[in-house]
Design a binder for this molecule. Sequence first.
Ligand SMILES: *Cc1c(COP(=O)(O)O)cnc(C)c1O
Length: 502
Amino acid sequence: MLYNSTENKNEVVSASQAIAQGISKDGGLFVPQELPKYDLETLKSLLALDYKGIAKKVFGDFLSDFTAEEIDECVEKAYTVEKFGGENPAPIAYKKYNGNDVNILELWHGPTCAFKDMALQILPHLLTKSLKKTNDGKDAVILVATSGDTGKAALEGFKDVDHTKIIVFYPVDGVSPMQKHQMNTQEGSNVKVCAIEGNFDDAQTGVKKIFTTSEIVEKLESNNMMFSSANSINWGRLLPQIVYYIASYCELVNAGKINLGDKINVVVPTGNFGNILASYYACCMGLPINKFICASNSNNVLTDFIKTGVYDKNRKFYTTISPSMDILVSSNLERLLYKLSGDNDVTTKEWMTALKTDGKYEVTPEVKAAINSVFYGGYCDDKQTQATISEMYKEQSYLCDTHTAVAINVYGQYVSETGDNTPTVIASTASPYKFSKSVLTAVNDSEQLPDSEFDMVDLLNDITGVDIPAPLASLKDKKVKFTDTVKVDEMPEYVLSALGVD
Ligand SMILES: *Cc1c(COP(=O)(O)O)cnc(C)c1O
């Protein structure tokens, strides 16, 4: 299977090149030229497999220049019981919301308690193998812009991985105290963490610019290094996310909740559009999905886009209690537009260029109609998010985080608007303990909150009896190692000096 750039069809690479490079030279994103097809017979054969088994099958179909042994090794190293706390790294909680069944796919049982672990525990293995195939001897420098969860998950995935170095930038006021503490205490000899004065989009733009500045790229090359990306623009991030949609479908069939072949809806709390796009690819492969419900917080650029066909990032940026979705430029949307425009690299490039120059573009009526036939967009604000956390806790004894609550709330809106009661999988993207303050405020009747993050964690545990995930409990005693903050235009300098390259 070969991959090409969304902005230049003539840029064709192998799977390992796509993963090693992260982003195409022309600024486009790598996409598979065609998707493997899973008919009902294939899906039926997956019912007997565990998560790792399904992962091996899917990876094997996409990574045609990897051997079966290599894929086995990557999967076995990534999804261990030790790292994910159980044989199934992505279990489903069967609950109700507003009287409707909701199947909550918990994607946060990994080492950093957010769904990013599902991909970032395997990406370093895929990447080091890809580098061996494509770039003899070069060390990979992973640059990450994070809205909180990617940074920590990438740091945990890459720490002390041979021939890699990782540098993470996060918006100084744009992540939760727990997220900040998780990153600033990161161990490992090949890691750096730095705050930037700006929001997530500034960090992401800064990183993209460093990637494409030829003087910097050449400096690295002469020092036997090359950039790669752990952001969700990397195909190696997206592919592992396809697996859990297929696995959750199989689990619903095995649990007797649906029959093989029945359609489901999926609801995804969305930021950079990676997670929901993975469900869309799963559907294109043959997984029976009826609707993709794209849930946003007050940064509702995607809701508006789905309704109007106009993507316009020229709007107020809100800092919300679901910070991993505080994003105005959803990078992976480019992949969807490429697909829905009939693999049209020319129009995709035009739209992306307009986004860069005017902050805005409008898709054709055909593409808009194609989006509306399968996507629904909705959003809720912080107040509604907290009301949903409280409702789920009081009525279902289920504690969910802020991002998951946004998804549940928007699902409620969808059902009351459409009356559609197709069985539904809701992606739950983080542990409630990652956002203790907001979750505590929602479930605690008292106005008084403890001062420290860890006292809030303990209080939330006292009130609810829900276990604190071990990786968060052990953070309390870790030493802060990183305290740097730089301006956006100082990022290139920071990178060069962190690498010891002048
Ligand atoms: C990253 C993240 C999201 C958004 O996922 P995308 O793939 O960027 O759309 C949602 N919730 C949490 C907790 C996250 O960490």
